[in-house]
Design a binder for this molecule. Structure first.
Ligand code: 8YV
Length: 310
């Protein structure tokens, strides 16, 4: 029986996905590598998750590294240029998670507009006899601006159109789609009731949501972030939420995961979830299987299924 190929595993995987990967590869954890540096020459690949950062020194320290496979669509935590310069293949898992992330986005929007967490606690605290819970807002007829119109942005738009929302998008370039394109982010915020962030993380989008954009979104506006915490200047967001410059926000992603900005915890007009956009059994298994397919094909000398190009 041939020895399993050794991979450096960065990040924890859900149990079912972890078992799938360990059945086919020998997963070495960073702590093991620190204790046994001689293992570095044995490591042929890195398997990771998209919300983990891989230091450039890690890539440089593995002389026989051939592939970095991330279980997730985002690769802003991977030094892709360095990897490619060293002829290391990088793969991600696009498309298989579009529906799950889009579904959560719709859920967060409805939770904000209808104040579902507060309504739940109102009944649980036996406060209903005090009188009816305050009226909420309809999604039908709302103007929703989508920032980042890639695979996930498109999946979100498909679902929101069914709810009768009016849609527009902002991105690096106009796309051949039947939807209003707004090249100016502040203008999109001004014209939106709800601003949904679906753009990739990275230097180009860091803090793209700042005090100016939030002011344009306005006192009746809502911000929803299911992309990356880095897109939002959280200090500006806390100020906007605290002052009423915007009505509310729902954040599934955060600047310093798994730690959340403590100022946000003091506010009652923000919904916070733990980076769970793709966190369904079905989706995470599909992501793990695609990650494994990429790894297997690479080591069999075949083209990987979903290479990262840039
Ligand atoms: C999480 C995501 O990274 O796919 C992404 O880019 O942000 C999410 O799916 C998840 O932890 C992936 O394993």
């Amino acid at each position: 029986m041939t020895a399993k190929i050794k991979l450096l595993q960065i990040g924890q995987f859900p149990e079912d996905a972890q078992n799938l990967i360990k059945a086919q590869f020998n997963c070495i954890l960073p702590a093991q590598l620190d204790q046994n540096p001689q293992l570095r020459t044995d490591i042929r690949g890195i398997v990771t998750r998209s919300n983990y950062r891989i230091p450039e020194d890690t890539v440089r320290s593995l002389p026989n590294l051939g592939i970095i496979a991330t279980c997730g669509v985002g690769y802003d935590g991977i030094p892709v240029k360095l990897a490619h310069a060293r002829d290391v293949v990088v793969t991600n898992t696009p498309d298989v998670l579009n529906s799950a992330v889009a579904e959560l986005t719709v859920g967060l929007i409805l939770a904000l507009l209808r104040r579902l967490p507060a309504a739940h606690h109102y009944v649980h605290a036996n406060r209903w006899p005090e009188g009816p819970f305050p009226l909420g807002e309809s999604l039908a007829g709302k103007h929703v601006g989508i920032v980042g119109y890639g695979r996930i942005g498109k999946s979100i738009a498909e679902r929101l159109s069914v709810f009768g929302a009016h849609l527009a998008y902002h991105g690096r370039r106009r796309q051949p789609v039947d939807m209003a394109y707004q090249p100016d982010l502040t203008a999109l915020a001004r014209d939106s009731d709800i601003l949904v962030l679906a753009a990739p993380g990275g230097q180009a989008t860091t803090h793209m949501i700042n005090a100016q954009v939030l002011s344009a979104l306005g006192a009746a506006g809502y911000l929803v972030n299911i992309a990356r915490g880095s897109l939002v200047n959280e200090t500006d967001l806390v100020n906007a939420l605290s002052s009423g410059a915007i009505a509310g926000a729902a954040l599934d992603v955060h600047a310093a995961e798994p730690h959340v900005n403590q100022e946000l915890l003091k506010l009652d007009n923000v919904i916070l979830t733990p980076h769970m956009g793709s966190a369904t059994h079905q989706t995470r298994m599909a992501m793990a299987e695609l990650t494994l397919s990429n790894l297997r094909r690479f080591f069999e000398g075949k083209p990987v299924l979903t290479p990262v190009s840039s």
